[in-house]
Design a protein around this ligand. Structure first.
Ligand code: M6R
Length: 606
């Protein structure tokens, strides 16, 4: 994963890079480092977060160029030595790298035999030594980088600084994102557009096998494969920097949970027909001519985005005449799937950078499938790879735990379903009924969020338990999976989800008075069946927390009440309570909620 930032221009490079790194901490936050050059070269690294790195700069520093890195360890433990930037033997060449160099061991062996001394256990360090080696053999800096890029295998977004040419940063990418921001006599390079927005809204997204040579006078983009110049389009992206602040909330996660209603409103905006009998989705309109022979839809994503896919499968099956599949992207890409032009692959991703989702998508596209993305981050790699797509407009999601993004993905799926169903058999009145109910959901979520004190009390009551089950059927199964994932990823307690009907096939063996069970059972077509499963748990002394709009007469340990709605819309009402519960549970344990251990927001390694 990891985040990289480079800056050159008239401002204070140190300040810009540190600010930029803070914006990229969602990509990794176990260690970080920076090299800046002004009156002299300064290199600092530390284990910990960017705020710890800032502490190392007590006095004011004048620097107009530099590169920085925030790390999520892959090769080599979390140590200062393994933190980036890495450098060559002479400390002239400095690099920051996001990705994995797969052939680093053989390259390192050759370099060590030639006498190169390595400082770290990382795969990345070979890059600095390779460049040095080519320079030692008589190549200039740019040619050395060029040769190095053609030798390394794997994935990379790279920034390279040479102390002997301190007016320049060379950047390159393969399979890891990299953006160049173009200001007035200043440039910024970063893993995503957020740091770019510190100085400009004009940017260029580098593509695979491209390198950028940037100096204070200008920039040049080339293919490092054939060395030919490439004319790239500059795009304007106005990212509201202020929406990435905590705005008075203790953590990003709770702020983002409270943004769930507005996330739905933003996803819906401009996409419902005036008379509400259908939806308007530009991306689908663009590719609709290709969908005439559509037979199969495969929804794919990872983690929480995969749960949106599972919801989408159940939703689409209900209304569309196609075969619908939901697949975990990291599995899908290694399976033998027959893709053709009668298959639509929908990739769902908040970041638009998840490598498993991206690679599964590329595979499907190369084999002839039509591809579509449901993406939150504008301009992200997946957004640029799909044939067409729609943005969810949930706004920047900074906490590692995905919350409002899921809610907006579900909303997008409902809009897509209605678009396709109206082209099939859905009657205008049915679409209207769903859309009118959908428009009421944001206020219903506001009502649920207004009851957060009840959830805080529930978290207090359950804080000493170490194991949790989350159960649901059909549309509530993805909800249960989401509840369990959210709790485990930020609280580090064991939590698992099952289809409620599966309990009696094994998992119920674990139930006793020490095993609280969340049962998600809104008043839908499976309500009675789920309540029977709930009784089976109670019969074995399990503690039950029921989330519903209808409560059975028998006494239940804890109740979380939600407003009523249509069966397909209930997940939008049951998920927010589980998000609140996970948040307040972790908050009581005083854990690092926005940056949980071992995780990163954007997973760009396999
Ligand atoms: O950016 P993406 O939506 O593609 O990310 C997918 C998963 O990595 C992500 O949902 C992850 O599971 C979250 N930490 C869940 O809260």
């Amino acid at each position: 994963m990891c985040g990289i930032v480079g800056y050159l221009g008239k401002r204070n490079a140190l300040e810009i890079i540190l600010k930029g790194l803070e914006k990229l901490e969602y990509r990794g936050y176990d260690s970080c480092g920076i090299v800046v050059y002004g009156e002299k070269l300064i290199l600092k690294k530390t284990v910990g977060m960017v705020k710890d790195l800032k502490e190392l700069f007590k006095e004011k520093i004048k620097a107009d160029i530099g590169i920085g890195h925030t790390r999520w360890a892959t090769h080599g433990g979390v140590t200062e030595f393994n933190a980036h930037p890495h450098f060559d033997c002479q400390k002239n060449i400095f690099i920051v790298h996001n990705g994995i160099i797969e052939n680093y061991q053989e390259l390192k062996k050759i370099l060590v035999n030639k006498g190169h001394l390595f400082n770290s256990e990382t795969d990345s360090e070979v890059i600095a030594h390779l460049i040095e080696d080519f320079i030692n053999q008589g190549d200039n800096f740019e040619a050395s980088v060029h040769k190095t890029l053609n030798l390394i295998q794997g994935t990379f977004a790279l920034l390279i600084f040479n102390k002997n040419e301190p007016n320049k940063i060379i950047a390159a990418r393969f399979s890891s994102p990299l953006v160049l921001g173009i200001g007035k006599n200043e440039f910024i390079l970063a893993s995503d557009p957020l740091p770019i927005s510190l100085i400009t809204d004009r940017m260029i997204f580098l593509d695979d096998s491209e390198m950028a040579i940037v100096n204070k006078e200008g920039y040049e983009i080339k293919s490092y494969v054939n060395n030919l110049k490439i004319d790239k389009k500059t795009v304007g992206l106005d990212l509201k920097v202020k929406t990435t602040e905590k705005e008075g909330f203790k953590h990003y996660m709770i702020k983002e949970i409270f943004e769930e209603p507005i996330a739905i409103e933003n996803t819906l905006r401009g996409r419902i027909l005036k008379d509400k009998t259908g939806t308007k989705i530009r991306g689908l309109e663009e590719i609709y001519h290709k969908l005439k022979n559509l037979k199969r839809i495969i929804l794919t994503g990872c983690g929480t985005a995969y749960y949106a896919c599972l919801y989408g499968k159940y939703l689409f099956e209900e209304f569309l005449p196609y075969i619908i599949e939901a697949e975990i992207a990291s599995e899908l890409r290694y399976r033998k799937i027959n893709y053709d032009q009668e298959t639509l692959v929908i990739a769902i991703s908040q970041s638009g950078e998840t490598i498993d989702t991206l690679e599964a998508l590329k595979e499907a596209k190369n084999k002839g499938a039509i591809t579509f993305g449901i993406i939150n981050v504008p301009g992200s790699t997946i957004a640029r790879t799909v044939d067409a797509g729609m943005y969810t407009y949930a706004g920047p999601e900074m906490a590692v735990a995905s919350t409002k993004a899921l809610i907006s993905q579900i909303t997008a799926l409902i809009l897509i379903m209605i678009y396709l169903a109206r082209k099939n058999l859905m009657k205008p009145e049915e679409a209207k009924n769903i859309l009118e109910e959908l428009e009421k959901i944001p206020d219903k979520i506001r009502y649920i969020l207004g009851q957060e004190s009840l959830i805080i009390d529930l978290a207090k009551n359950l804080i000493n338990y170490k194991n949790f089950y989350f159960l649901g059927r059909k549309f509530s199964l993805p909800v249960a999976l989401e509840g369990a994932l959210k709790l485990k990823e930020i609280s580090y307690v064991h939590s698992e989800a099952y289809p409620a009907g599966e309990m009696k096939h094994g998992p119920i063996a674990l139930i006793d008075e020490n095993f609280p069970v969340f049962v998600i059972a809104p008043n839908d077509s499976l309500y009675q069946k789920t309540i029977s499963n709930l009784e089976e748990i109670r019969a074995r002394k399990g503690k039950v927390i029921l989330i519903s709009d209808k409560f059975p007469e028998n006494k239940i340990d804890y109740l979380i009440s939600i407003p009523s709605s249509l069966e397909i819309l209930y997940p939008l009402l049951t998920i927010p309570s589980l998000h609140l519960f996970a948040y307040y549970f972790a908050n009581l344990l005083d854990l690092s909620i926005d940056r949980p251990r071992n995780l990163a927001k954007s997973v760009t390694v396999e």
